[in-house]
Unconditional design. Structure first.
Length: 257
């Protein structure tokens, strides 16, 4: 069954004047990146989940990282721009495409915090093949679009291959003013610099370098999605928390075990 929402929430409460700003953790420096790209026109859509609901969905060696007692699952659509390998220019058409990922936040047995992807949908078939074969990530080929008209950002996605075909997202958000002092929850949900994945059946990690997200307020106008259910994630209870960003440049390192 498709999960639909109308008229959702803005991000968490503003910081009181007497409180000190909450700083994002520092980004690592990726000395030898295997990929350069820019994540642009991005919306973070997040729901709370009981940790015991998310834990069985993770591989051995990872456990849910919690904030305020909850695990969090995110639906994150955006535009991928300037995709290139080191020493090479971006290729026309191939370097620019929409993407949507479904993810959660985890810790490994050493206590390192990072991102676990349930799925990544992309609009370029070669990128999907390369993401699956070269980076061992669960990419899917989808028809997708991203449109930005003043303060209204609109995302559409329909999965093609591999199945289940038809898994979709229809999302509209109203983007507001800049968050000059993002709170601790905003940083928890967005300031992420380590990816986890299974490579040949073993847990691996890769560093991600990018500057702090320039976050903006966002409110939900419409959401109809079935990507969570396609990833065997139970339907969330309650409306999501949203943040938007015009984007950041990114350097991605090699998988390390």
């Amino acid at each position: 069954m498709t999960k639909s929402y109308l008229l959702g929430l803005t991000p968490s409460d503003a910081i009181k004047p007497e409180e000190q700003p909450v700083l994002a953790p520092p980004s690592p420096t990726v000395v030898r990146p295997v990929m350069h790209q820019r994540w642009s026109e991005l919306t973070f859509v997040h729901w709370r989940y009981p940790p015991e609901t998310v834990a069985p969905l993770l591989p051995p060696g990872l456990s849910p990282e919690t904030f305020d007692g909850s695990a969090w699952v995110g639906l994150v659509p955006f535009l991928m721009k300037g995709v290139r390998m080191p020493g090479m220019p971006p290729l026309p058409w191939m370097s620019f495409f929409p993407e949507t990922n479904v993810r959660t936040y985890v810790r490994d047995e050493s206590g390192r915090a990072g991102v676990w992807f349930f799925s990544l949908d992309a609009a370029r078939l070669p990128a999907v093949v390369g993401g699956r074969a070269g980076f061992h990530l669960p990419y899917f080929w989808s028809d997708m679009s991203v449109r930005r008209a003043a303060t209204l950002w609109t995302y559409h996605s329909r999965r093609r291959l591999p199945g289940p075909p038809g898994a979709h997202v229809d999302l509209e958000v109203r983007v507001g003013s800049s968050l000059d002092s993002p709170d601790e929850l905003a940083h928890f949900l967005t300031a992420r610099y380590l990816l986890f994945n299974l490579v040949s059946g073993r847990l691996a990690s890769a560093q991600v370098e990018h500057p702090p997200w320039p976050l903006q307020q966002a409110s939900l106008v419409h959401l109809d999605e079935s990507l969570l259910r396609a990833g065997d994630i139970p339907s969330p209870d309650g409306p999501p928390v949203l943040h938007a960003s015009l984007g950041v440049p990114v350097r991605i390192g090699m998988w390390r075990r």
